[in-house]
Design a protein around this ligand. Structure first.
Ligand SMILES: O=C(O)C(=O)C[C@]1(C(=O)O)C=C[C@@H](O)C=C1
Length: 360
């Protein structure tokens, strides 16, 4: 006979007690790991180990939990264990409610110390001065392309990329009332204004578009001005008690933003291979015919896949460019090591921005 609701709930309670015991056993082990790391003065955060843990559990998962549930749950468990070893301070473009904050929480789990910043420059400064352990910055949007300030900061900063996360970005028009009537100004980060320009042209052609430091800052300001609206995500809306005047107004329904996680190299051990890795680098070649073709030759010769190729002006006035390249693999693989060595020999400027596990 099928069990009734009360019996099933009693069974769930018993499983939860077991889980609690097991989770505390796990946390106690992480505490011991933390003691060893403190004695060795070695970094707490080990992204390749966390990727291995999640990957291994996904492989072993008999269901009915879905693989993505396994990843979400264990990211939170490891976040709590990591925080027991040492609190991890994470800088991002604030205030509370931004997509950058959401990216930080999805990447590190919720057991972090928040360091909201007013600009991408401040995020980099915070992570390089040691005020924060990590920074989270957007690097690319599927509608608007690269976030140029982030790439320019990566070029010159001492920070390394240690991970990435991609978020579905749904922008809403938020306001103190739920109507579109009488909106005089729409406030948002320039990236969000650009990602919603088609909708704004159609529905609010006469409203002023005002660029502010972040979408959440726009939401904060719109909360105290009845004739102002903000473009921001749901988190910012609930943070500042705003109404949804229009939902999902981004021009591309599949709008996504990729964020890079950055930190000082000494905050992380040389990353070991997780099985699914990426090397990000920035290079420049002399401005001569065929130079870009030559740049790509080592990749072809060694059979290495490139997943990103972006250019940024070198600001030399000579039509010279930096190329931001992502290649699939890990430097411990001979073909990747050979490709990197060829590129180093070939390029006038060569900087590895980081090697890190790729999230699906
Ligand atoms: O294996 C470690 O080094 C740990 O500190 C444990 C643990 C975990 O909870 O599994 C926590 C933090 C690290 O980032 C990796 C894994």
């Amino acid at each position: 006979m099928a069990k009734n609701l009360a019996t099933l709930r009693t069974d769930i309670d018993a499983v939860d007690r077991e889980l609690l015991q097991l989770l505390n056993r796990r946390a106690a082990l992480a505490n011991e790991v933390g003691e060893i790391k403190r004695a060795e003065r070695s970094p707490v955060y080990r992204p390749e180990r966390e990727a291995q843990v999640i990957h291994g559990l996904q492989q072993a998962n008999p269901g009915p939990l879905k693989p993505e549930n396994v990843a979400t749950i264990w990211r939170e468990i490891m976040s709590a264990c990591r925080a027991l070893e040492a609190p991890q301070r994470v800088a991002y473009l604030g205030p509370a409610g931004t997509f950058s904050e959401q990216a930080a929480l999805e990447f590190f789990g919720s057991s972090i110390e928040h360091v909201p910043c007013v600009s991408f420059d401040e995020v980099f400064h915070s992570a390089s001065s040691g005020n924060a352990d990590f920074g989270v910055v957007p690097v690319e949007n599927s509608t608007e392309g690269v976030v140029t300030r982030s790439l320019d900061l990566l070029l010159t900063s001492p920070l390394h990329i240690v991970g990435e996360i991609s978020l579905m970005v749904r922008h809403h028009l938020l306001r103190s009332s739920a109507s579109l009537e009488g909106i005089e100004a729409v406030l948002a980060h320039p990236q969000a204004l650009a990602q919603c320009q088609g909708w704004l042209n159609k529905h609010l052609p006469d409203a002023e578009r005002r660029a502010v430091s972040s979408n959440a800052e726009g939401a904060r300001l719109a909360a105290s001005h009845p004739n102002w609206a903000a473009i921001a995500g749901e988190r910012a809306g609930s943070e500042f008690g705003l109404h949804l005047a229009a939902q999902a107004i981004q021009d591309d329904a599949f709008n996504r933003t990729r964020f890079a996680i950055v930190c000082l190299p000494q905050k992380l051990q040389a990353p070991q291979a997780s099985g699914k890795d990426c090397v990000s680098l920035v290079v420049s070649v002399p401005n001569r015919p065929g130079a870009v073709h030559d740049l790509l030759m080592p990749l072809k010769q060694h059979g290495v896949s490139m997943t990103r190729f972006e250019s940024r002006p070198a600001r030399s006035g000579q039509w010279e460019y930096y190329f931001f390249i992502d290649i699939q693999g890990h430097p411990s693989q001979p073909q990747i090591a050979a490709t990197l060595s060829d590129l180093r020999d070939l390029c006038a400027f060569y900087k590895v921005l980081g090697t890190y596990p790729v999230n699906d």
